[in-house]
Design a protein around this ligand. Structure first.
Ligand code: MN3
Length: 205
């Protein structure tokens, strides 16, 4: 069986400063993301060889095919593994600004404008009760982009949606620097969004 390693981050822990501090990045990656990876690997060992050979996105997309006694553990930990992998790549020290091309057009078409999108994303992600994520996703059925909030580590893939841009609003993602000020964390986060990476993934749809 493939044992999954903790994915690497394509920049140093201190490079998202001042928006996300070095200590938060280090703990988030080496403790939280590592834990999801470890529990996911241990749970995958109990799956049939056929299921084990699927990619993590495939397993999440077909979470209803996972045996019921392992489903909750994989929903949470494979979700956490995949969400955080996307999250690190969704950010960059040279991020910020706005998207271009087809993605920019799709966002404007769905939300009215890029500014309206940001407002909608920020307001609805800030108001998630407890722990969760705000997502810009692609819906393969409607062939449109959408906004979706998800609780805990449940992946949008479990609903058949393709994650494009995600924001982690678990307290572990921001509490050291922002304490209870989740809206402030969200408004600062736009400065490090890696729109080039989001566009590249959207353009493969
Ligand atoms: Mn997290």
């Amino acid at each position: 069986m493939v044992k999954h390693d903790l994915p690497t981050i394509p920049y140093r822990y201190d490079e998202l400063e001042p928006y996300i501090d070095k200590q938060t990045m280090e703990i988030h990656h080496t403790k939280h993301h590592q834990k999801y990876t470890d529990v996911m690997n241990a749970t995958l060992e109990k799956l049939s060889p056929e299921m084990q050979n699927k990619t993590i996105p495939e397993i999440l997309t077909n979470i209803d095919k996972v045996p019921i006694d392992l489903r909750s553990a994989l929903n949470f930990n494979a979700g956490g593994f995949d969400n955080h992998t996307l999250f690190w790549h969704n950010m960059s020290p040279s991020g910020g600004g706005s998207p271009d091309g087809r993605l920019a057009e799709e966002i404007s078409s769905t939300f009215g404008s890029f500014e309206e999108f940001k407002k909608f994303f920020a307001t609805n992600t800030a108001s998630i009760q407890g722990s969760g994520w705000g997502w810009l996703v692609y819906n393969n059925s409607s062939r449109k982009v959408e906004f979706k909030t998800m609780q805990n580590q449940t992946s949008p893939r479990t609903l058949g949606l393709i994650p494009l841009l995600g924001l982690d609003v678990w307290e572990h993602a921001y509490y050291l620097k922002y304490q209870n000020k989740r809206p402030e964390y969200i408004s600062q986060w736009w400065n490090i969004v890696n729109w080039k990476e989001v566009e590249n993934r959207f353009n493969t749809m």
